[in-house]
Design a protein around this ligand. Structure first.
Ligand SMILES: Nc1nc2c(ncn2[C@@H]2O[C@H](COP(=O)(O)OP(=O)(O)OP(=O)(O)O)[C@@H](O)[C@H]2O)c(=O)[nH]1
Ligand SMILES: [Mg+2]
Length: 461
């Protein structure tokens, strides 16, 4: 057993403050023994795993609370160790007393994430699953929850394990060749190796591609609202957020800084970003704003390009080109239909959409809210469409970097095979790829890495 698993830890696992119930959790070799010392009821050490017992927590002769105690014996517990959960009444005083009693009978307070770290060290979860536990706890939308729960239930863990096993086999064969270098033998089938690495690289490429989506779901899908000055960008931001977030005025060039806020639509978190209107200007502050707008366009997952509706939008093609907009990401909005009486807005919608490769085009009134429902469903369907193209999704930056490193190392192996380099160099690059893949699941980890991951957990998890 790892030395850091030897002692017994205790923490409050429910939020601090008053509640109906508070849960104090113990994990470690002495968890049951410690609970027995402070619990008046059945003798816990004689009870079976996965049973619950009513009784009192006592400090000498003094009764602290009437509680329920649950027993989980190793290895059938979250941490893989003997564990006890004490459900007491949700008074901060009571839980504090219970924890103090546990400490005075031999437990120590747990560090943030220490229960989950023990689960990882005991092989109950791999590292990517442990990270998903933190994501699950912090998930606020259905889409974030979906990502986290998939990852926690295995995600790409099995796939990485299979790939690593295959690569390990090749690395060992190549290393063996090296031992017999005098005899000039080839144990590792080069053609099969090229095929394997090419397949793995294709898989990694798909996973890397899914990161844009995964990361957007986690942080909020960035939606940049752009267009010429005064077309109603800030009015739209306020309408989407249902609050007066940005200043609106009839003076062109009102918004100079980037203003953003999040809003949930249909289970997906969006990050709406209002920007300075793009035009030629001598005003120094406004041009800084315009530079920032251009940065936001690059970062956005979805771009809302707004214009004031008019009868003829022929010039929109050159405008979009000028901003170098990715039409796949763009939705065109023709605003101020409440002020437009010349012809039917849907005719203009249709004409504009035809002009630009059938890019979705919606005529709206940001001021009255007309057709914003259409815009909302266009936004959610764009995100859902991005999702359907990938089954497994990477949402964690650390995993993304590790996959990138693995890919670079595998490319070196392919290049090496092309150049017929010696088996020891090939094996070395395969080992690099293995170690990058191993970092994701935690088969390769350092104390610093574990610290940096578990530090972000809550205490008691
Ligand atoms: N009639 C009508 N007026 C609108 C609509 N949306 C915005 N406006 C008006 O258009 C003017 C400009 O609106 P803003 O939202 O400040 O425009 P903007 O694009 O953010 O402008 P800048 O920040 O200067 O680039 C204001 O007077 C708004 O009231 C709309 O749907 N209909
Ligand atoms: Mg504005």
């Amino acid at each position: 057993m790892s030395p850091i698993l030897n002692d017994t830890i205790v923490a409050l696992s429910t939020p601090s403050g008053v509640g109906a119930i508070a849960l104090v959790r113990l994990s470690g070799p002495k968890a049951i023994e410690i609970a027995d010392k402070i619990f008046l009821g059945k003798q816990l050490s004689k009870q079976s795993s996965h049973t619950i017992h009513f009784g009192k927590i006592i400090d000498g002769a003094k009764v602290i609370d009437e509680v329920l105690v649950s027993i989980f014996k190793n290895p059938r517990s979250y941490t893989g160790q003997d564990s006890i959960e004490i459900s007491c009444h949700g008074s901060p005083y009571i839980s504090e007393q219970v924890i103090k009693l546990c400490i005075s009978t031999g437990a120590r307070t747990a560090d943030p994430g220490e229960f989950t770290m023990r689960a990882f060290l005991n092989g109950q979860l791999d590292l990517s699953q442990a990270e998903a536990v933190a994501d699950l706890i912090s998930s606020e939308t259905q889409a974030q929850h979906d990502l986290a729960i998939n990852q926690m239930r295995g995600g790409y863990s099995d796939m990485i394990k299979t790939l690593r096993d295959k690569l390990i086999e090749f690395a060992s064969l190549l290393e063996l060749e090296n031992d017999f270098s005098e005899e000039d033998v080839e144990f590792a089938d080069r053609t099969a190796l090229v095929k394997l690495i090419t397949n793995i690289k294709t898989l990694i490429a798909e996973l890397l591609q899914s990161f844009d989506y995964g990361n957007a779901i986690k942080e909020g899908v960035p939606v940049a609202i752009i267009g010429k000055p005064n077309v109603g960008k800030s009015t739209l931001l306020n309408a989407l957020l249902n609050e007066d977030r940005a200043i609106i005025s009839a003076t062109p060039g009102t918004t100079r800084d980037v203003i953003e806020d999040t809003m949930q639509l249909d289970g997906i978190l969006f990050r709406f970003i209002d920007t300075a209107g793009i035009r030629e200007t001598q005003d120094e502050i406004e041009s800084i704003g315009i530079t920032k707008t251009k940065e936001q366009i690059k970062k956005a997952q979805i771009i809302l390009y707004i214009d004031e509706i008019k009868e003829d939008h022929t010039e929109i093609v050159s405008e979009l080109k000028q901003h170098d907009l990715d039409l796949e990401k763009t939705i065109i909005l023709l605003n101020k239909i409440d002020d437009f009486h010349k012809c039917h807005s849907y005719d203009v919608e249709e004409a504009v959409s035809t002009l630009i490769n059938r890019t979705p085009t919606i005529a709206i009134s940001a001021k009255s809210g007309k057709h914003l429902d259409k815009l909302r469903s266009a936004l959610t369907s764009k995100v859902k469409k991005a999702k359907s193209s990938s089954n497994i999704i990477v949402s964690n930056l650390r995993h993304h970097e590790a996959f990138q490193n693995a890919d670079t190392a595998l490319q070196k192996v392919l290049d090496g095979l092309n150049q017929n380099i010696s088996s020891d160099f090939l094996a070395l690059d395969i080992r690099h790829a293995l170690s990058s893949l191993g970092e994701i699941s935690g088969e390769v980890s350092t104390d610093d890495l574990l610290d940096s991951i578990f530090r972000n957990f809550c205490i008691g998890k």
